[in-house]
Design a protein around this ligand. Structure first.
Ligand SMILES: Cc1cc2nc3c(=O)[nH]c(=O)nc-3n(C[C@H](O)[C@H](O)[C@H](O)COP(=O)(O)OP(=O)(O)OC[C@H]3O[C@@H](n4cnc5c(N)ncnc54)[C@H](O)[C@@H]3O)c2cc1C
Ligand SMILES: NC(=O)c1ccc[n+]([C@@H]2O[C@H](COP(=O)([O-])OP(=O)(O)OC[C@H]3O[C@@H](n4cnc5c(N)ncnc54)[C@H](O)[C@@H]3O)[C@@H](O)[C@H]2O)c1
Length: 536
């Protein structure tokens, strides 16, 4: 940590709270923070709604949907085979769901919630100070701005007519919340950068589909996009240096690999990419040719396009954290902003700087980030808000004092980030899990017994279709006789998961769980089989 913070200048505008980053997480944090009468500015450099709405969760799920429904139809006796997917129609639906990459709908929501949108790139500029740079190409119509009294500060509307970018200095009376998300990682593999590879943005935003695609990375983006493009008829090769979905239970990755292979994907696990080669620059005079990927075992794969899906890192590189006394040693893994349970940034005293979402490095999903956004918003609202009323927190708990942690499981602590994190992968079959894997639980010293069951044996599965494939596993803490984790693999696993999440978060004793009766004939009857297999 570096103690020298930059000297604050005179601010152009003042708000009670400034949120940097208008993704799903920043939006939630800003909304909750405003609930006790605080004025909140939301600073966004690109599209309000963030990665999730335009290049991640939403478009990727639309790309997967047609293939999922086609597989269901094929597995339902009595329905004609739907045949090939109408790719153009799927891409058109994707454009609809992203609102053609136009954020006016979300801007209306921000305005309706009483927040002030400030377009531009925010950088920390000292204690409670944020400098916002507005690029000249900002469209006039999107230059929402102004302080809480309604005065336009900094002349955002003139931004596109001036020579230099406009800079506005914002001051927060109380708190700044960083919700800047994450950026994809590009490995330094020889030839890879020069091959102009796709990131998840190009994969989710493509205007047409390539004849062949090689995907590097067997994580969530890799398997979801391999599945979607294979459904579209693209010849896909998926290269993973380990197994697939290495953060999940091993059986989950194995089942996804088997299903991808059945869908025609060439899945290669345990392989290393040595180099990438692509002729042409991609310019009009020199169009890019096919990509050749050389593996360290000597094999070569040639494809029309290449997608790099090797993870994402917290976006702090352009946040100027040095201005608040943080240097590299004060940051977490891959530059994450380290936070307390109440999401105060560690190493910045005074309880004014907070962080939530991907930028904290704690979890990289929208739902987990939005949960943090609710926690941090409530902490700030309770600490600094003045107006009681309908929108104030609904409990008597006044929240933790500055520098103190919220009580575990109170609304002021992101407790579920540790033992009850949730993830759903929308491949076919879907994979959903909550809490630690068996290996992680044992490494943490939790005495667990894994109880596993083949979901196709359930009456509900036979009704769904003769080709139903699925498996589920729960982890029982044998000392406390509660569930600490669960994994579901199968159609609609994502929808089935929440029952397990409630059991884990609620620490429901097995003897009480016995009385939660699943309806017949549903796949959820597996809950009775779990308990019977455990000895109840
Ligand atoms: C292909 C793909 C599919 C995914 N699918 C799912 C899914 O199905 N379910 C799920 O839960 N998660 C999914 N995720 C993860 C999810 O997208 C992220 O966890 C989520 O977007 C994180 O939200 P965030 O608000 O923290 O960050 P972001 O969504 O990245 O938003 C951050 C925002 O801050 C802005 N910003 C950054 N720096 C600044 C700055 N200095 N000044 C001003 N603005 C700034 C950015 O422009 C951006 O709008 C997926 C990710 C990918 C890549
Ligand atoms: N459905 C969802 O919730 C969803 C969907 C997509 C993405 N996401 C989130 O987005 C984030 C990014 O996804 P992702 O798939 O890029 O990351 P990831 O961390 O899930 O997977 C990255 C994979 O790339 C591999 N890898 C890393 N470096 C490599 C290298 N040099 N060569 C070959 N392989 C390498 C890793 O071993 C890992 O398997 C994730 O954290 C994920 O949670 C969520």
């Amino acid at each position: 940590m570096n103690n020298a913070a930059e000297t604050p200048g005179e601010a152009d505008e003042t708000y009670d709270v400034i949120v940097i980053g208008g993704g799903p997480v920043g939006e939630n944090a800003a909304d909750r923070a405003s609930r006790t009468g605080l004025s909140v500015a939301l600073v966004e450099s690109e599209l309000v709604g963030g990665e999730c709405s335009y290049w991640a969760c939403m478009p990727s799920k639309v790309l997967l949907r047609a293939g999922t429904v086609r597989a269901l139809a094929r597995d339902t006796p009595g329905l004609a085979d739907p045949g090939d997917i109408d790719v153009a129609a799927v891409l058109a639906r994707r454009n609809e769901i992203t609102n053609d990459w136009d954020d006016s709908g979300q801007v209306s929501w921000v305005e309706g919630a009483g927040l002030t949108l400030v377009r531009g790139h925010g950088r920390l500029a000292g204690e409670r100070l944020v400098e916002v740079t507005v690029p000249r190409e900002t469209p006039a119509g999107s230059a929402a701005g102004g302080d809480e009294d309604g005065d336009v500060g900094g002349g955002l509307g003139e931004a596109e007519t001036g020579e230099a970018p406009v800079t506005r200095l914002l001051r927060a009376r109380h708190a700044v919340i960083a919700a800047t998300g994450s950026v994809p990682v590009l490995p330094d593999t020889p030839g890879l950068a020069a091959a102009s590879p796709w990131s998840s943005r190009e994969a989710t935003g493509a205007e047409s589909v390539p004849e062949s695609l090689v995907v590097i990375g067997g994580g969530v983006v890799g398997v979801e996009m391999a599945n979607a493009y294979a459904d579209f008829g693209t010849r896909v090769t998926l290269l993973a240096r380990g197994g697939l979905l290495s953060n999940a239970e091993p059986f989950a990755g194995e089942m996804v690999a088997e299903s991808l292979r059945a869908a025609g994907v060439d899945v290669r696990t345990g392989v290393t990419v040595a180099s990438v080669d692509r002729p042409g620059t991609g310019s009009e005079s020199e169009p890019a040719g096919p990509v050749t990927v050389s593996l360290s075992d000597g094999d070569k794969i040639t494809a029309a396009e290449i997608l790099v899906a090797t993870g994402r890192v917290p976006r702090t590189a352009d946040l100027n954290v040095e201005a608040v006394g943080l240097d590299e040693s004060g940051l977490g893994r891959h530059g994450a902003l380290p936070v307390t349970e109440s999401l105060e940034v560690v190493g910045v005293p005074g309880g004014w700087l907070y962080a939530c979402g991907d930028v904290t490095g704690r979890a990289a999903t929208t739902h987990q980030g939005k949960y943090q956004g609710r926690v941090v918003g409530d902490v700030v609202a309770a600490r600094y808000g003045t107006q009681a009323g309908d929108r104030s927190p609904t409990t008597d708990d006044p929240g933790p004092a500055v520098g103190q942690e919220g009580q575990p499981w109170s609304r002021y602590a992101a407790t579920a980030d540790h033992g009850a994190r949730v993830q759903v992968v929308f491949t076919r079959p879907q994979v959903g899990w909550v809490g630690p894997t068996e290996r992680e639980a044992r490494a943490a010293g939790i005495p667990v017994e894994a109880v596993s069951y083949d979901l196709s044996w359930m009456a509900g599965a036979s009704v769904d279709g003769p080709g139903y494939t699925g498996r589920a596993q729960v982890l029982v803490d044998t000392q406390r006789r509660v569930l600490v984790g669960a994994t579901f693999v199968g159609p609609d696993a994502g929808e089935m998961l929440h029952a397990a999440t409630i059991a884990v978060v609620g620490e429901v004793p097995l003897d009480r769980l016995w009385h939660a009766v699943p309806a017949y004939p549903t796949v959820s009857e597996v809950w009775i089989r779990f308990l019977e297999s455990y000895g109840l």
